[in-house]
Design a protein around this ligand. Structure first.
Ligand SMILES: C[S@@+](CC[C@H](N)C(=O)[O-])C[C@H]1O[C@@H](n2cnc3c(N)ncnc32)[C@H](O)[C@@H]1O
Length: 289
């Protein structure tokens, strides 16, 4: 067996890690600030995802594979805890998520290390120490096959970290298949050879109410039209009123959620699991090694 964990390079376009050339640094900085502020209609969700990343990162180790890495938003959080961080993306989904992404390939070259489908990971069996997959499992038609692949590439005792949404609007259509509950996650992971260590809620009923109200305002009052994937195109004329209103709503619920204990509704779940050391009998038979 070769020392490289990647089984075949055939599925990967020749990627050289590029450097992001930024023509308008001021505009870029302003955009980055706006994205992190409550003016971003996804602020509540992103804050909780960031917290999830901070909570999971210290448990990562060795060679980490991020399945569905997207724009690598948590790379910095995890990189300091692992020997190597490999981000994998699935071209059809990346294209759907961001049409025209191929034209901007220059910009994303530095973010994605390997192209491949999580249902058939181009990695050797037992070659990875940590699998991370943030908000991806709702997008896969066959979650069992997906999780079995995690089990195949992980070393015995390896660590799996996932987050999934519970209360989230339909997104990335037509590739939005599932929402998960703690019981469903426990069953899915256990039958694929994992021992679940923790399942924690992201946010609570107040966070979920804040997200629902934010999306109602944005979609029903602020939208000019909708993209093919279900996302909103805000009306240019209404946006200057709608965005500050959304910021106020989100800040209000960010305060209220601190006093809320009820988690029957929440934004999603953060899961940590270990691959059982005797899990070979339940592993996927799709091994490519
Ligand atoms: C909601 S985005 C999350 C991206 C990133 N993890 C983040 O947190 O920003 C879901 C990601 O899953 C990826 N994805 C969907 N199906 C996949 C598959 N079969 N194999 C690998 N990645 C997949 C999509 O391309 C997309 O980037």
């Amino acid at each position: 067996m070769s020392s490289s964990p990647v089984a075949s390079s055939k599925s990967q376009p020749p990627i050289s890690r590029g450097v992001v050339s930024e023509r308008h640094p001021f505009k870029h900085k302003l955009n980055a600030w706006r994205k992190r502020s409550p003016l971003n209609p996804y602020w509540i969700e992103l804050r909780w995802l960031r917290k999830a990343g901070e909570q999971l990162a210290p448990h990562a180790h060795g060679l980490l594979l991020d399945v569905g890495v997207g724009e690598r938003p948590y790379g910095g959080l995890f990189a300091q805890h692992v020997r190597r961080y490999i981000g994998l993306e699935y071209p059809p989904m990346a294209d759907n998520l961001s049409p025209g992404i191929w034209q901007r390939l220059e910009r994303i070259r530095g973010l994605i290390d390997v192209w491949g489908d999580g249902h058939r990971l181009p990695f050797r069996a037992q070659s990875v120490d940590t699998v991370l997959s943030i908000e991806v499992l709702e997008h896969v038609p066959d979650p069992d096959e997906f999780v079995a692949e995690f089990a195949r590439v992980l070393k015995p005792g390896g660590t799996l970290m996932i987050t999934v949404p519970f209360m989230a609007p339909l997104h990335q259509l037509p590739f939005d298949f599932y929402r998960y509950t703690p019981g469903g996650l426990q069953a899915l992971l256990t039958r694929n050879g994992f021992r679940v260590e923790s399942i924690e809620s992201r946010g609570n009923t107040a966070s979920a109410a804040g997200v629902a109200l934010t999306h109602w305002i944005m979609r029903c009052m602020g939208a000019k039209s909708f993209h093919h994937d279900g996302s909103v195109v805000l009306s240019r004329w209404r946006a200057p009123f709608i965005l500050p209103l959304l910021a106020l709503v989100q800040m209000f619920f960010a305060v209220v959620e601190r006093w809320t204990k009820d988690q029957a509704l929440c934004l999603g779940y953060v899961v940590r699991a270990k691959l059982a050391t005797n899990s070979s009998s339940v592993r996927s038979t799709t091994s490519q090694s």
